[in-house]
Structure formats: structure tokens, C-alpha cells
Design a protein around this ligand. Structure first.
Ligand SMILES: Cc1cc2nc3c(=O)[nH]c(=O)nc-3n(C[C@H](O)[C@H](O)[C@H](O)COP(=O)(O)OP(=O)(O)OC[C@H]3O[C@@H](n4cnc5c(N)ncnc54)[C@H](O)[C@@H]3O)c2cc1C
Length: 520
């Protein structure tokens, strides 16, 4: 465009702008008056609630207790749908996942995969690649990242006009469900409990000296890499922590009560993961429990007791591990419900303290809901997030059938190598479909990455198929890259893909994932 044209065009635009302003400013004023009216209606709503109760009670459409994965997701979606919302958090925004779970764990797993790759550098031609590892450096960077996320979560709440209340919430004995935080009372048409859980601990009565150990929360406070670690537990957190510590150079033992880790996974995964831990040089003590722990000048002395279940009347065998500088209890998690005063409002708990909910996340008290770990089902961040969002759509968008489908939830264990799994285990499939209607396809191979390395690791895969049409009802794998491989296959399983659908898909070569579409 020529200069003259540009200036006359600019004048034209400015002219149109003034004209629009003339038309729009009364509209804008009208909108502002509506907003003011809205705000005064809101405050009068609060005033009404104040005058109704003897004490002051602040009222919202949606009140969320617990600013973790489920609570934040539910509150933000509710606010998007026009609800006035508040989140009460006693600790740090983001909850377990951000502060002491998925996020810092994945940073440490990434760190430990670097330690693994370092072993392969020479095999790939990088001669003399020696590196000094600084736990302090990665901890500093990890903590800074977590703090940034805490800040982002706070500003997301502010942007969404969600009130953020810092403090511990407890239900009062008011007739309408009401919570008290730092002496102030809050209520809402809908109250969501998303208080998550915390690591289980062992009492000193059961194991003298148990308190000298830490839990997964304490793992993230370690200022240096322990020289000698003992991890107690056989679940995914125990497996992940043992893998990280061992790979980063800590001499690690894992103490399991039975014969293998991950016993609620498919049997192939459980046995392979148990073997992989040992292949990685982890000292795995089966059928063993901690008897006592003592503190000495040189660290902890952990006394173990082992009983062989296959030998009738077998005697207890005692053993000790000395100079332990990290004893980590990873023996499960408990719901954070004890301090909420839930019996007061008629919210029922199961025998383990989880909140009992129906498929729509309704508790036994109308108007009070629960999502996430506190319900004790599929303890995973994306599950808590999905449940929070689905609930918001049901309550504030009128989507009456909005609920989470708890079938086929994919999950990854960040072990070494990682595990990916979705759907039924082979045993579960046999239970629901009958032995004759279930066929499992398995494979085991060395991924090409290891073709030229001294360090070797296998990849194992299993497809569990059911019925005449061989619907894929379960997919389980452990090996290099399985963590990133799973999500797409989970879509296929969720859509009801059959073995023939898998076979019809052209393989991607050379990858490990191609094995899943060429199984015979
Ligand atoms: C070591 C570890 C690793 C994990 N790794 C993964 C992973 O890789 N992938 C994955 O999907 N999941 C992982 N998880 C699980 C995941 O972190 C949880 O499933 C998820 O955080 C659950 O979200 P939630 O909203 O139910 O509870 P949380 O995130 O636990 O949030 C609950 C919040 O409520 C607050 N709170 C509790 N009581 C009160 C109260 N009375 N008043 C106010 N606030 C209260 C707590 O402070 C907390 O912030 C991991 C967990 C751990 C421990």
C-alpha cells in the first residue's frame, strides 16, 4: 500500500473506531452497570446468608476442599461454566502430584535415565564420557520448577476469579453443610471434597524405630543421594523410588512381604519387573519384613525377618542391613479424611476411611461430592482431574449423565525400563470371560537400542484378547519407550479394537511398538 493510501486508510479506521466507540460506550456503560448489579446481588446474597446465620458465613455456588489435581480441575471448570467458586488448600496448591508426586518424581526418573544412558555413551562412540552428578543441582532445579507450578496454579485461580482460601477445612455442626477455616465459615450449594491422601506409616509398636525412616514425601526433601537405601514396599511407588535411587548410585535393597512386586498388575508384568529390579543390581528380599530399626553413629541398622512360605513351619531368618542412610516406607497411601469431621454431616466412609461415592461422585450427603484419591479408586492424577471436570459439567451445565468411565484407565510405572498397562490382566479377563474365551499373545525381544550396547534390557508385551472376535481387553508391556507408547494404544483398546484391527495396522519400523501390531 502507498504512504498516502496508508494514511487515508488510517484515518478511515480511526473514524470507524470513533463511530464504534460512540455506539459501544453506552453499551459498555450498560454492561458495567449490569456487572455492578451482579456484584451487588452477589454481595447481597452473601449478606442474606450472613443475616440468616448468627455468625458470618460466606456462600459460593461451588466450594472445593483440597487444591490438588481433582479439586483445581473441578473448580476451574465450574468457574468457566459460570459458578462462583472457592478452593480451600491447607498446604501447597497443586496437591500431591505437583509437590510430592508425579512431577518431582518424573524429574528424578528423567535424571536417572540420563545416568543409564551415560553407560551407553561409549558404545555409541562417545569415548571418555564421564560425568559428575550433582543431586543438589537437580534438587534445586526441581524445587524451583515445583514453585513455579505452585505460582501458576495460584494465578490460574485468580484469572478464573476463583477465591483461594489458605488453611485447613473442617465441617462444622451447622445444619447446612458448612466448613470452617481459620475461624471463618464458608458454605455452598455444592461442596466438593478432594483432599487426596498421604503415605501410610508404621507404628513404633509394630516396628520399633520405624519413625527413623521416611516416606515418599521425605524422598523429595533428601539433600544428597543416599549411599545406602532400603525401600520397603512392593507397589509402584516402591518400585519407582528403588529404581531412581539405585540408578543414581545408591546401593539399594527393596524389602517385599511376598514373592514379587506389583502383584495387582498382570502376572507377566509382576514377574518381569521383579526380575528387572534384580537385573539392575537391586538387592530384592522376598517374603521379608522389617523387624526393627536402630540408629547408630554410622546410620541406621535395619533388622529384617524372612520366612519361606513354601517350607512348612519354616523358622524366621534374621538378617541386618547396616549403615543405611535412607529407609523409605512405601507401603501404601491413606485417604486424608480423618480431620474433616465427616460423620457430623452424614458422609459415609469405607473401612479404610475412603469417602463412599456413587458413579456420579455423590457422597451419602446430598450436595456433597468427592473426587480423586480420597475415594480410593484408581489413584491417578488424570482420573482425579476427569472426575472433577465431569462433576462440574453435571452440576453447572446440566449434563445429567456426565461421569467418569473407570474402565480401561491406562497407567505407566516409571520403572527401569518403564511399564505401560491398560485394561484387564489375563487373570481378570479369564474371570469375566472364562478360560476358553481368552487368548493371550506375548512376545519378548531386545529393543534395537541395545543391539550395540553392553548394557542390555528386554522388552516384554502381552495382548489379552477375549471372545470370538478377539477383542483386545488388556495390553501390558515393559521395556524401553513403553511409557510413551501406551497412550495411543489405550485409545484403540477403549474403542473396542480387535486383534484383527491391530494386525491390519501397518507397522512402524524400526520401533518396539511395531511388535504390538505383528503379534502371532
Ligand atoms: C510418589 C508419587 C508418585 C505419583 N506418580 C504419579 C504418576 O506418575 N502419575 C499419576 O497419574 N499419578 C501419580 N501419583 C498419584 C497422584 O499424585 C494422585 O493420584 C493425585 O495427586 C490425586 O489428586 P487428588 O486431587 O485426589 O488429591 P491431591 O493431589 O493429594 O490433593 C489433595 C489436596 O488437599 C489438601 N487437603 C487435604 N486435607 C485438607 C483439608 N482438610 N483442608 C484443606 N486442604 C486439604 C492437601 O494438602 C492436598 O493439596 C503419584 C503419587 C505419589 C505419592
Amino acid at each position: 500500500m502507498c504512504n498516502g493510501c496508508t494514511s487515508s486508510f488510517n484515518y478511515y479506521i480511526r473514524g470507524v473506531g470513533f463511530l464504534l466507540m460512540e455506539i459501544l460506550s453506552p453499551l459498555a456503560r450498560l454492561r458495567a452497570s449490569f456487572l455492578t448489579l451482579g456484584r451487588s446481588l452477589l454481595s447481597s446474597r452473601r449478606l442474606i446468608s450472613r443475616s440468616m446465620a448468627s455468625e458470618s458465613v460466606t456462600r459460593f455456588d461451588f466450594l472445593v476442599i483440597g487444591g490438588g489435581s481433582g479439586g483445581l480441575a473441578g473448580a476451574r471448570r465450574a468457574a468457566e461454566l459460570g459458578a462462583t467458586a472457592a478452593v480451600i488448600e491447607s498446604h501447597k496448591l497443586g496437591g500431591t502430584c505437583v509437590n510430592v508426586g508425579c512431577v518431582p518424581k518424573k524429574v528424578m526418573w528423567n535424571t536417572s535415565t540420563h545416568a543409564e544412558y551415560l553407560h551407553d555413551h561409549e558404545d555409541y562412540g562417545f569415548e571418555g564420557a564421564k560425568a559428575h552428578f550433582s543431586w543438589q543441582l537437580i534438587k534445586r532445579k526441581r524445587d524451583a520448577y515445583v514453585s513455579r507450578l505452585n505460582q501458576i496454579y495460584l494465578s490460574n485461580l485468580e484469572k478464573a476469579k476463583i477465591e483461594s482460601i489458605h488453611g485447613y477445612a473442617r465441617f462444622t455442626d451447622d445444619p447446612e453443610p458448612t466448613v470452617e477455616v481459620n475461624g471463618k465459615k464458608y458454605t455452598a450449594t455444592h461442596i466438593l471434597i478432594s483432599t487426596g491422601g498421604h503415605p501410610s506409616t508404621v507404628s513404633e509398636d509394630d516396628v520399633p524405630g520405624a519413625g527413623l525412616g521416611i516416606t515418599s514425601d521425605g524422598f523429595f526433601e533428601l539433600e544428597s543421594c543416599p549411599k545406602r537405601s532400603v525401600i520397603v514396599g512392593a507397589g509402584y511407588i516402591a518400585v519407582e523410588m528403588a529404581g531412581i535411587l539405585s540408578t543414581l548410585g545408591s546401593k539399594t535393597s527393596i524389602i517385599i512381604r511376598q514373592g514379587g512386586v506389583l502383584r495387582n498388575f498382570d502376572a507377566l508384568i509382576s514377574s518381569n519387573c521383579t526380575k528387572e529390579l534384580q537385573n539392575h543390581g537391586i538387592d530384592l528380599r522376598k517374603n521379608t519384613q522389617v523387624k526393627s530399626v536402630q540408629k547408630t553413629d554410622k546410620g541406621l541398622t535395619v533388622t529384617l525377618v524372612t520366612k519361606d512360605p513354601d517350607v512348612k513351619d519354616a523358622e524366621d531368618k534374621l538378617d541386618t542391613i547396616h549403615e543405611v542412610d535412607c529407609l523409605l516406607w512405601a507401603i501404601g497411601r491413606e485417604p486424608s479424611t480423618a480431620g474433616l469431621n465427616l460423620s457430623q454431616i452424614g458422609v459415609k466412609l469405607d473401612e479404610k476411611g475412603h469417602i463412599m461415592v456413587d458413579e456420579f461422585q455423590n457422597t451419602t450427603r446430598p450436595g456433597v461430592y468427592a473426587v480423586g484419591d480420597v475415594c480410593g479408586r484408581a489413584l491417578l492424577t488424570p482420573v482425579a482431574i476427569a472426575a472433577g471436570r465431569k462433576l462440574a459439567h453435571r452440576l453447572f451445565e446440566g449434563k445429567a449423565d456426565s461421569k467418569v468411565d473407570y474402565n480401561n484407565i491406562p497407567t505407566v510405572v516409571f520403572s527401569h525400563p518403564p511399564i505401560g498397562t491398560v485394561g484387564l490382566t489375563e487373570d481378570e479377563a479369564i474371570k469375566s470371560w472364562g478360560k476358553d474365551n481368552v487368548k493371550a499373545y506375548t512376545t519378548s525381544f531386545t529393543p534395537m537400542y541395545y543391539a550395540i550396547t553392553t548394557r542390555k534390557s528386554q522388552c516384554i508385551m502381552k495382548l489379552v484378547c477375549a471372545g470370538k472376535e478377539e477383542k483386545v481387553v488388556g495390553l501390558h508391556m515393559q521395556g524401553f519407550g513403553c511409557d510413551e507408547m501406551l497412550q495411543g494404544f489405550a485409545v484403540a483398546v477403549n474403542m473396542g479394537a480387535t486383534k484383527a484391527d491391530f494386525d491390519r495396522t501397518i507397522a512402524i519400523h524400526p520401533t518396539s511398538s511395531e511388535e504390538l501390531v505383528t503379534l502371532r
